[in-house]
Design a protein around this ligand. Structure first.
Ligand code: SAM
Length: 256
Protein backbone atom coordinates (compact mmCIF):
# COMPACT_ATOMS: atom_id res chain seq x y z
CA UNK A 1 0.00 0.00 0.00
CA UNK A 2 3.01 2.28 -0.26
CA UNK A 3 1.97 5.43 -2.05
CA UNK A 4 5.23 7.14 -1.22
CA UNK A 5 7.11 5.72 -4.20
CA UNK A 6 9.33 7.89 -6.40
CA UNK A 7 7.82 11.03 -4.87
CA UNK A 8 9.43 10.10 -1.55
CA UNK A 9 12.81 11.26 -2.90
CA UNK A 10 11.39 14.80 -3.00
CA UNK A 11 9.51 14.61 0.31
CA UNK A 12 11.92 16.71 2.36
CA UNK A 13 11.96 19.40 -0.36
CA UNK A 14 8.15 19.44 -0.58
CA UNK A 15 7.85 19.84 3.19
CA UNK A 16 10.92 22.03 3.77
CA UNK A 17 8.65 24.74 5.24
CA UNK A 18 7.09 22.32 7.76
CA UNK A 19 8.45 23.11 11.21
CA UNK A 20 9.25 19.65 12.62
CA UNK A 21 11.01 21.15 15.65
CA UNK A 22 7.90 23.08 16.73
CA UNK A 23 5.69 20.09 15.99
CA UNK A 24 7.90 17.80 18.09
CA UNK A 25 7.77 20.35 20.95
CA UNK A 26 3.96 20.35 20.68
CA UNK A 27 3.78 16.53 20.75
CA UNK A 28 6.28 16.41 23.63
CA UNK A 29 4.02 18.86 25.52
CA UNK A 30 1.08 16.49 25.08
CA UNK A 31 3.15 13.47 26.19
CA UNK A 32 4.14 15.34 29.36
CA UNK A 33 0.66 16.73 30.03
CA UNK A 34 -0.90 13.26 29.86
CA UNK A 35 1.86 11.59 31.84
CA UNK A 36 4.00 9.51 29.47
CA UNK A 37 5.71 7.00 31.78
CA UNK A 38 9.16 7.02 30.12
CA UNK A 39 11.31 7.97 27.15
CA UNK A 40 10.92 5.04 24.74
CA UNK A 41 8.96 6.09 21.67
CA UNK A 42 7.54 4.20 18.71
CA UNK A 43 6.99 6.34 15.62
CA UNK A 44 4.45 4.69 13.32
CA UNK A 45 4.57 5.98 9.75
CA UNK A 46 7.83 7.77 10.59
CA UNK A 47 8.46 8.72 6.94
CA UNK A 48 11.86 10.36 6.56
CA UNK A 49 12.30 10.46 10.36
CA UNK A 50 12.08 14.23 10.89
CA UNK A 51 9.92 14.05 14.05
CA UNK A 52 12.03 11.15 15.33
CA UNK A 53 15.17 13.23 15.02
CA UNK A 54 13.63 16.10 16.99
CA UNK A 55 12.34 13.75 19.68
CA UNK A 56 15.82 12.25 20.10
CA UNK A 57 17.06 15.80 20.57
CA UNK A 58 14.34 16.18 23.24
CA UNK A 59 15.84 13.22 25.12
CA UNK A 60 13.75 10.30 23.79
CA UNK A 61 14.79 7.03 22.16
CA UNK A 62 12.88 6.40 18.96
CA UNK A 63 12.00 3.36 16.89
CA UNK A 64 10.59 4.41 13.53
CA UNK A 65 8.45 2.14 11.36
CA UNK A 66 7.31 2.93 7.84
CA UNK A 67 5.99 0.87 4.95
CA UNK A 68 7.84 2.89 2.30
CA UNK A 69 11.42 1.85 1.53
CA UNK A 70 11.96 5.16 -0.30
CA UNK A 71 10.93 7.23 2.73
CA UNK A 72 13.12 5.08 5.00
CA UNK A 73 16.10 5.60 2.73
CA UNK A 74 15.98 9.32 3.59
CA UNK A 75 15.48 8.47 7.28
CA UNK A 76 18.59 6.27 7.18
CA UNK A 77 20.59 9.14 5.64
CA UNK A 78 19.58 11.43 8.52
CA UNK A 79 20.40 8.67 10.99
CA UNK A 80 23.84 8.02 9.48
CA UNK A 81 24.75 11.71 9.81
CA UNK A 82 24.15 11.79 13.59
CA UNK A 83 26.78 11.91 16.32
CA UNK A 84 27.19 8.57 18.10
CA UNK A 85 25.19 9.52 21.24
CA UNK A 86 22.11 10.51 19.19
CA UNK A 87 22.71 7.74 16.66
CA UNK A 88 22.40 5.08 19.39
CA UNK A 89 18.98 6.43 20.43
CA UNK A 90 17.34 6.00 17.03
CA UNK A 91 16.41 3.09 14.78
CA UNK A 92 14.24 2.53 11.72
CA UNK A 93 12.43 -0.55 10.43
CA UNK A 94 10.38 -1.25 7.35
CA UNK A 95 6.91 -2.49 8.25
CA UNK A 96 3.19 -1.98 7.91
CA UNK A 97 1.64 -0.41 11.00
CA UNK A 98 -1.38 -2.69 10.64
CA UNK A 99 0.66 -5.83 11.14
CA UNK A 100 4.12 -4.82 12.43
CA UNK A 101 5.07 -6.66 15.62
CA UNK A 102 8.15 -6.43 17.80
CA UNK A 103 8.87 -7.83 21.24
CA UNK A 104 9.45 -4.35 22.63
CA UNK A 105 6.84 -2.20 24.31
CA UNK A 106 7.08 1.58 24.40
CA UNK A 107 6.13 4.42 26.75
CA UNK A 108 4.70 6.45 23.92
CA UNK A 109 3.61 6.23 20.29
CA UNK A 110 3.48 9.06 17.80
CA UNK A 111 1.87 8.68 14.39
CA UNK A 112 2.01 12.09 12.78
CA UNK A 113 1.07 13.97 9.64
CA UNK A 114 -2.08 12.06 8.72
CA UNK A 115 -0.63 8.53 8.92
CA UNK A 116 -3.86 7.25 10.54
CA UNK A 117 -5.89 8.81 7.69
CA UNK A 118 -3.88 6.68 5.24
CA UNK A 119 -5.57 3.67 6.90
CA UNK A 120 -8.76 3.91 4.92
CA UNK A 121 -10.86 0.82 5.72
CA UNK A 122 -12.44 -0.19 9.00
CA UNK A 123 -10.13 -3.18 9.28
CA UNK A 124 -7.02 -1.06 8.45
CA UNK A 125 -7.97 1.21 11.35
CA UNK A 126 -8.80 -1.64 13.73
CA UNK A 127 -5.51 -3.35 12.96
CA UNK A 128 -3.54 -0.12 13.37
CA UNK A 129 -5.00 0.64 16.79
CA UNK A 130 -4.32 -2.95 17.83
CA UNK A 131 -0.66 -2.32 16.91
CA UNK A 132 -0.75 0.84 19.05
CA UNK A 133 -2.00 -1.13 22.06
CA UNK A 134 0.28 -4.15 21.56
CA UNK A 135 3.30 -1.88 21.67
CA UNK A 136 2.39 0.37 24.59
CA UNK A 137 3.09 -0.41 28.23
CA UNK A 138 -0.05 -0.03 30.40
CA UNK A 139 -0.40 3.71 30.97
CA UNK A 140 1.58 4.45 27.79
CA UNK A 141 0.44 7.45 25.74
CA UNK A 142 -0.27 7.65 22.01
CA UNK A 143 -0.49 10.93 20.11
CA UNK A 144 -1.74 10.93 16.52
CA UNK A 145 -3.48 13.25 14.10
CA UNK A 146 -6.03 12.65 11.36
CA UNK A 147 -8.32 14.42 8.93
CA UNK A 148 -11.34 15.58 10.90
CA UNK A 149 -14.64 14.60 9.22
CA UNK A 150 -16.88 17.57 10.10
CA UNK A 151 -14.33 20.04 8.66
CA UNK A 152 -13.61 18.00 5.51
CA UNK A 153 -17.35 17.83 4.76
CA UNK A 154 -17.88 21.54 5.48
CA UNK A 155 -14.77 22.90 3.78
CA UNK A 156 -14.38 20.40 0.95
CA UNK A 157 -11.00 19.78 -0.66
CA UNK A 158 -10.43 21.58 -3.94
CA UNK A 159 -7.82 21.58 -6.68
CA UNK A 160 -4.47 23.23 -5.98
CA UNK A 161 -1.15 24.09 -7.60
CA UNK A 162 2.16 24.49 -5.81
CA UNK A 163 5.81 24.94 -6.84
CA UNK A 164 8.97 24.29 -4.83
CA UNK A 165 12.49 25.14 -5.85
CA UNK A 166 16.05 24.80 -4.61
CA UNK A 167 19.42 25.15 -6.37
CA UNK A 168 19.10 21.76 -8.05
CA UNK A 169 15.39 21.12 -8.59
CA UNK A 170 12.08 22.71 -9.43
CA UNK A 171 9.01 20.69 -8.49
CA UNK A 172 5.49 21.62 -9.58
CA UNK A 173 2.55 19.73 -8.10
CA UNK A 174 -1.08 19.83 -9.27
CA UNK A 175 -3.54 18.35 -6.81
CA UNK A 176 -7.05 17.18 -7.66
CA UNK A 177 -9.30 15.83 -4.92
CA UNK A 178 -12.43 13.69 -5.26
CA UNK A 179 -14.78 12.91 -2.40
CA UNK A 180 -15.82 9.26 -2.01
CA UNK A 181 -18.79 9.80 0.26
CA UNK A 182 -19.79 6.19 0.92
CA UNK A 183 -16.29 5.37 2.21
CA UNK A 184 -15.56 8.61 4.13
CA UNK A 185 -12.47 9.05 1.99
CA UNK A 186 -10.95 11.58 -0.36
CA UNK A 187 -8.97 10.48 -3.41
CA UNK A 188 -6.11 12.94 -3.78
CA UNK A 189 -4.50 12.81 -7.23
CA UNK A 190 -1.05 14.33 -7.52
CA UNK A 191 0.53 15.21 -10.89
CA UNK A 192 4.12 16.19 -10.33
CA UNK A 193 6.60 17.69 -12.72
CA UNK A 194 10.25 17.64 -11.62
CA UNK A 195 12.91 19.64 -13.44
CA UNK A 196 16.60 19.00 -12.83
CA UNK A 197 18.02 22.48 -13.31
CA UNK A 198 21.61 21.42 -13.99
CA UNK A 199 20.86 18.53 -16.34
CA UNK A 200 17.96 20.41 -17.97
CA UNK A 201 15.83 17.25 -17.80
CA UNK A 202 12.35 16.73 -16.45
CA UNK A 203 10.37 13.83 -15.06
CA UNK A 204 6.63 13.41 -14.52
CA UNK A 205 5.16 11.43 -11.62
CA UNK A 206 1.60 10.62 -10.65
CA UNK A 207 0.38 9.40 -7.29
CA UNK A 208 -3.01 8.68 -5.81
CA UNK A 209 -3.34 9.12 -2.04
CA UNK A 210 -6.57 7.80 -0.49
CA UNK A 211 -7.33 9.59 2.76
CA UNK A 212 -9.93 8.67 5.38
CA UNK A 213 -11.63 11.46 7.29
CA UNK A 214 -12.71 10.47 10.76
CA UNK A 215 -15.35 11.48 13.31
CA UNK A 216 -15.04 11.47 17.09
CA UNK A 217 -17.66 8.77 17.81
CA UNK A 218 -15.88 6.26 15.55
CA UNK A 219 -12.47 7.24 16.96
CA UNK A 220 -13.81 6.63 20.48
CA UNK A 221 -15.12 3.24 19.43
CA UNK A 222 -12.01 2.20 17.49
CA UNK A 223 -9.67 3.12 20.33
CA UNK A 224 -11.93 1.57 22.99
CA UNK A 225 -12.05 -1.71 21.01
CA UNK A 226 -8.24 -1.76 21.10
CA UNK A 227 -8.11 -1.13 24.88
CA UNK A 228 -7.05 2.45 24.49
CA UNK A 229 -8.75 5.26 26.35
CA UNK A 230 -9.32 8.36 24.25
CA UNK A 231 -8.22 11.07 26.70
CA UNK A 232 -8.20 14.24 24.65
CA UNK A 233 -8.76 15.85 21.26
CA UNK A 234 -7.94 19.30 19.92
CA UNK A 235 -6.89 21.16 16.77
CA UNK A 236 -3.42 20.24 15.54
CA UNK A 237 -0.80 22.65 16.93
CA UNK A 238 -3.22 25.35 18.17
CA UNK A 239 -4.81 23.33 20.98
CA UNK A 240 -8.19 24.96 20.25
CA UNK A 241 -11.35 22.82 20.37
CA UNK A 242 -12.20 20.89 17.21
CA UNK A 243 -14.70 22.57 14.91
CA UNK A 244 -16.05 22.30 11.39
CA UNK A 245 -13.42 24.54 9.83
CA UNK A 246 -10.21 22.85 11.00
CA UNK A 247 -9.20 19.77 9.07
CA UNK A 248 -6.43 18.46 11.29
CA UNK A 249 -7.32 16.88 14.61
CA UNK A 250 -4.89 15.75 17.31
CA UNK A 251 -5.93 12.81 19.49
CA UNK A 252 -4.34 11.54 22.70
CA UNK A 253 -4.96 8.00 24.04
CA UNK A 254 -3.76 6.02 27.02
CA UNK A 255 -3.19 2.25 27.03
CA UNK A 256 -5.53 0.58 29.52
C1 SAM B 1 2.44 12.17 5.06
S1 SAM B 1 3.64 10.96 5.44
C2 SAM B 1 4.12 11.40 7.09
C3 SAM B 1 5.51 10.95 7.41
C4 SAM B 1 6.06 11.49 8.73
N1 SAM B 1 5.28 11.01 9.85
C5 SAM B 1 6.12 13.00 8.72
O1 SAM B 1 5.48 13.62 9.58
O2 SAM B 1 6.84 13.57 7.87
C6 SAM B 1 2.70 9.49 5.74
C7 SAM B 1 3.60 8.30 5.99
O3 SAM B 1 2.81 7.20 6.43
C8 SAM B 1 3.37 6.04 5.89
N2 SAM B 1 2.35 4.98 5.94
C9 SAM B 1 1.10 5.00 5.40
N3 SAM B 1 0.47 3.85 5.68
C10 SAM B 1 1.31 3.10 6.43
C11 SAM B 1 1.22 1.83 7.03
N4 SAM B 1 0.13 1.08 6.92
N5 SAM B 1 2.28 1.37 7.74
C12 SAM B 1 3.41 2.12 7.86
N6 SAM B 1 3.55 3.34 7.29
C13 SAM B 1 2.52 3.83 6.59
C14 SAM B 1 3.78 6.46 4.47
O4 SAM B 1 4.70 5.56 3.88
C15 SAM B 1 4.37 7.83 4.76
O5 SAM B 1 5.74 7.76 5.06
Amino acid sequence: MSVFGDLASYYDLLYADKNYREEAAYVEGLFQRFGIPGKRLLSLGCGTGAHDLEMVRNGYQTTGVDVSANMLELAHQKHAALELEEHKKMSFHQGDMRTWRNEQQFDGIMSLFHVVSYQTSQSDLEQSFTTFRQHLVPGGIAVFDCWYGPAVLTDRPGNREKTWENDLLKVHRSTRAEMVFDENTVEVHFDIDITDKKQQTSQQLQELHRMRYLFLPELKLLTQQANLELLHHEQWMTGAPLNDSTWYATLVCRAI
